[in-house]
Design a protein. Structure first.
Length: 395
């Protein structure tokens, strides 16, 4: 039976090449437990945070406490520091704020894989560290954003942090409802909530799914990544799953989603919603495994992007070429160091869209790309001896 399950689980993964498997393994290897613990310590008031030129402490992330706004600013600053453009939205009479950043997909920029967690906490008091619920989840989203900035994927990845989960999933509901109204294409949602408690050290964790959208396919990917990459968790699939966290907001709008959570049924955290929910009760190796599985599953479901082999692309790391802004919807500024004779733009099929000669000694130019179709394009610089390509996205 175990062999049958393994075969079914692996079959559920997107078809990937050896290079893509290597990318996922490299991503998993980059998930740093020291960084995860440090971030959770900052979010739960064990360490100070540097925000707006000052050192402060997030004592409580409850929506009724100043620390909630401080946590919002801290999260925003971290995402910006990793190189992302950050978006946010306020909602409700309580003044809740969601915050997110995205890594634009190379083939399907309008289809989103959302990796998310809620950043608000309970209890409603001056001390509300919420380390397990849900500082660990927030730290994992930030760790994913830190690592995945250096990789490309077929689908867009959204790193999202919700507010007001503790008061009725209000933040995620606001985002999911807006996505539904705007007819957004959400490829899948992986939600993390309480992922660092394992008092009996049995490495049991749960993935909650439901027969809505492609939820089962997302869960199958989670189960497959755990096996294929030797994460080491004892995963239990719950289907139909519980509706007590932010994934349910997406189910309510018929989007595929899953919940990643510790074994709450048999090993609940006794510090739940108490001022004692601190990092000192973490099972650190368990936290590392569940964070790795969540990040690896998001990467696998978004599908690491391979540059088309038939375009003759040279390793761009060998050449100093800068494209700004990227993504762009208007003027693209190109800078380079060695001398080139010609500049071209081609699409994913290799079709030539633009070509121009370059003046002797030129090291920069601008191109109006506003007429190009949205999506991935390649800029090529050519001389007698070599050529180099650089990817850019037309918004």
């Amino acid at each position: 039976m175990k062999k049958i399950f393994y075969a079914l689980a692996i079959a559920a993964l997107p078809i990937v090449s050896h290079a893509q498997i290597s990318s996922i393994q490299a991503i998993l290897d980059s998930v740093n437990i020291d960084t995860l613990m440090f971030r959770t310590a900052e979010l739960s008031g064990e360490r100070g945070v540097f925000v707006n030129g000052m050192v402060d402490t997030i004592f409580s992330r409850n929506r009724n406490r100043p620390g909630n706004e401080l946590a919002f600013k801290f999260i925003r600053n971290k995402l910006i520091s990793y190189g992302y453009q950050v978006d946010s939205a306020s909602f409700g009479s309580s003044g809740g704020k969601n915050i997110w950043a995205k890594k634009t997909g190379m083939l399907y920029p309008n289809k989103k894989v959302i990796l998310c967690a809620h950043y608000d906490a309970m209890p409603n008091g001056p001390i509300s560290p919420g380390a397990d619920d849900n500082g660990a989840g927030v730290a994992t989203v930030l760790e994913a954003a830190r690592i995945l900035i250096d990789y490309n994927f077929e689908y867009t990845i959204v790193f999202a942090l919700w507010d007001d989960e503790e008061y009725g999933l209000l933040g995620s509901a606001n985002y999911a409802n807006s996505a539904y109204v705007d007819n957004d294409s959400i490829h899948g949602v992986i939600n993390m909530d309480a992922i660092a408690h394992d008092s009996d050290n049995d490495s049991v964790a749960r993935v909650h799914a439901k027969p809505i959208g492609n939820s089962q396919a997302i869960a199958d990917t989670v189960l497959s990544v755990n096996i294929e990459y030797n994460i080491g968790l004892n995963m239990i699939l719950v289907n139909p799953g519980a509706t007590y966290s932010d994934h349910a907001s997406f189910w309510n709008r018929d989007y595929g989603a899953v919940l990643m959570i510790q074994d709450w049924d048999n090993d609940p955290n006794p510090q739940y919603h108490l001022a004692s929910d601190s990092i000192y009760y973490f099972n650190i190796p368990y936290f590392h495994k569940l964070a790795r599985l969540s990040i690896g599953s998001a990467a696998a479901f978004a599908v690491p992007y391979e540059t088309p082999v038939d375009l003759g692309i040279k390793d761009e790391s060998l050449e100093a070429v800068e494209l700004n802004p990227n993504p762009t919807n208007g003027i693209l500024t190109v800078k380079w160091m060695q001398e080139y004779k010609m500049i071209q733009i081609i699409d994913l099929t290799g079709k030539l869209l633009y070509s121009a000669s370059l003046a002797n000694g030129a090291t920069n130019t601008t191109i109006d790309v506003s007429a190009l179709n949205k999506g991935v394009h390649f800029l090529k610089l050519i001389n007698e001896n070599s050529q180099v390509m650089k990817k850019f996205i037309k918004k």
